[in-house]
Design a protein around this ligand. Structure first.
Ligand code: 9MR
Length: 579
């Protein structure tokens, strides 16, 4: 994989702070003296959906969406330049974009300014405050404002412009008003509910596909930012990814176990690049990361012929900078699929789609990831699937099983092995920590796979304890880990979280004991190779209640919403010490 050495240098460059005086003419100013030239002086190579040539960015329709769990609907998930420049402003400022190739085809062309970057919770992208300005297919200029209180824009205004071809759009944030201009001509104002109250501005570029499915999008030929009336505006480069290490950490303990053992967490790229305290803990506490979403098909393979690995690569770079392993997740699952992947009923086509996806994705990350969840959650949730000789495999909503039956699992592992022969290959599942037909059926499945010579190395036990009934005896887990050892397979705790009920007495103690119990067993069983939680802080935890705005965080993970360690963290440390 080409991670671009030069880019890497730029990415890890020390925080570069540039004072941009209003109307100044120093180095870094654009040709017309309109402020700091964000396009030419800064890194846009990591902006998904774009290609850079001669200082111009081609923005194409990426069409990323987050579908709901039942595969319906889908919230747009347009990209932002996480590893590029962002602004710090404590006052009024102006951003100017020159856009070419707009207004002459079906889709709209957008510049998005995020006051806070969105957070992806379970099957949902929560919009936080942002402003989007763009040119529609019929040449209007449209302004939309998200105020952080809903998924939909709180304000939407359209101005007659007659714009097409090349347009220079200007947005000024002045007091509590946004002023919008096109080609220097005043279009109007929109009330600002406080989009940039945090003093930060992150950039996104979007091209709508439109009905004609054209993807060529538009071109950004200039982007500048300047302060208004003497207020300070600084352009900030992407943060350094390497984090300071500490002796007093989970990963330092894991390094002392006396055999290869990793302690991991799921990580999300948005907070990783924008929240320095999240980044510091992620890099200093863990020796392994699992991409929470970035490696899923709907994130990196949004259209049949479009792969965009840039957000995923950020996580790989972070891992590399901090000597962490990547446990990649996931190649074949029935969720998080872009709609196009479900649209074909021809079994041969479905098989080809699956194999092509695995070959491209595992091939891209070859040598960069230590392990893959090749197949995720293949077991059925329907009791009927476990009766009358049925083998308990999920068929509902699962296009892979529908097309190929059980064989999809064999094929997936073989293709992953061909693409990256050195990666350890896992099957990952929930609800298998306890006795019952689900575990029995999974055990039978992996035994069959081994008998057929399928290159599977291990099983991930997710250990989501969403309800008190999910709190399982570590000794049962131990028995299952040992069953796998007999088959020559490894095991790992892959996604643990322990959400507490509203008024659970001594809840945090229970949470700590649950996590410590599984870690202890994992440390004691030689074929158990890692212990990972599904995220590490409640600030971005996937079990938050996102039906409300802002979301109500759950109490599930070792660090709280203020990133303070909870008893679970202390108990995990102690458990390493006791081992
Ligand atoms: O935490 C993830 C959430 O942000 C996603 O919307 C969701 C669907 O892609 O997946 C969540 O992660 C799941 C993981 O991929 C598989 N096991 C269950 C995890 C928690 O729901």
């Amino acid at each position: 994989m080409d991670l671009g050495g030069g880019t890497w240098q730029r990415l890890t460059a020390v925080l570069l702070v540039m004072a941009v005086a209003a109307g100044g003419t120093g180095q870094g100013q654009s040709a017309d003296g309109g402020g700091e030239d964000l396009l030419r002086n800064h890194d846009w190579t990591q902006m998904p959906g774009t290609t850079a040539r001669n200082g111009i960015l081609q923005v194409s329709a990426l069409d990323r969406r987050i579908v709901e769990q039942d595969a319906s609907g889908g919230r747009p998930n347009p990209p932002l330049n996480l590893a590029g420049p962002h602004l710090r402003s404590d006052g009024d400022f102006t951003v100017t974009a020159r856009m070419s190739g707009v207004g002459d085809h079906d889709g709209a062309s957008w510049l998005r300014l995020y006051g806070q970057v969105p957070v992806i919770y379970d099957e949902w992208r929560q919009e936080r405050p942002s402003l989007r300005v763009g040119v529609t297919a019929d040449g209007h200029v449209k302004v939309q404002i998200w105020d952080g209180a809903s998924d939909e824009p709180a304000t939407s205004r359209e101005f007659d412009c007659g714009c097409s071809g090349t347009v220079t759009l200007t947005v000024s944030s002045i007091g509590d008003t946004f002023r919008v201009k096109a080609d220097g001509r005043r279009l109007g104002t929109v009330q600002d509910p406080g989009v940039f109250a945090e003093g930060t501005v992150w950039f996104g570029l979007e091209a709508d596909a439109g009905d004609d499915e054209r993807r060529e999008g538009w071109r950004l030929t200039q982007l500048t930012a300047r302060a208004e009336s003497g207020d300070a505006l600084r352009v900030i480069k992407a943060p350094q990814l390497r984090q300071e290490q500490s002796e007093d950490s989970l990963r330092a303990r894991a390094a002392d176990v006396g055999r290869p053992f990793d302690v991991g967490t799921a990580l999300a790229e948005n907070p990783l690049l924008t929240d320095s305290r999240y980044r510091a803990l992620a890099g200093s506490q863990f020796s392994m990361l699992t991409p929470e979403n970035a490696f899923k098909p709907q994130f990196l393979h949004p259209r049949p012929d479009v792969y965009d690995f840039r957000d995923a690569d950020l996580l790989v770079r972070f891992a590399r900078a901090n000597h962490m392993k990547v446990h990649a997740h996931t190649l074949v699952w029935h969720e998080a699929l872009p709609h196009w992947m479900r649209q074909n009923d021809d079994p041969e086509e479905v098989r080809r789609t699956m194999l092509r996806h695995i070959t491209a994705v595992a091939g891209h990350f070859k040598g960069e990831v230590a392990e893959w969840d090749v197949v995720n959650e293949p077991m059925s949730d329907d009791d009927e699937s476990y009766t009358d000789g049925d083998l308990g495999l999920r068929s509902e909503q699962n296009p892979w099983f529908e097309a190929m039956g059980e064989e999809y699992i064999d094929e997936a592992f073989k293709a992953a092995h061909r693409a990256d022969p050195n990666a350890r290959l896992f099957l990952n599942e929930y609800g298998i920590e306890e006795e019952g037909e689900r575990w029995d059926a999974l055990y039978d499945l992996v035994r069959r796979l081994k008998e057929r010579g399928v290159p599977i190395d291990g099983v991930g036990f997710q250990n989501h304890e969403y309800a008190p009934a999910d709190r399982t005896d570590p000794e049962t887990f131990r028995a299952h880990v040992r069953d796998l050892a007999e088959l020559g397979l490894q095991a790992r705790v892959s996604e643990m979280d322990v959400p507490l009920g509203e008024d659970e007495e001594d809840g945090r103690q229970t949470q700590a004991e649950e996590m410590a119990g599984k870690l202890r067993v994992c440390l004691q069983e030689p074929n158990c190779t890692s212990f990972s939680t599904w995220g590490f802080t409640d600030r971005y935890g996937s079990t938050a209640d996102t039906k409300t705005y802002p979301p109500r965080p759950a109490d599930s993970l070792p660090w709280d919403t203020a990133l303070r360690p909870k008893p679970a963290y202390e108990r995990l440390l102690e458990t390493f010490d006791e081992a």
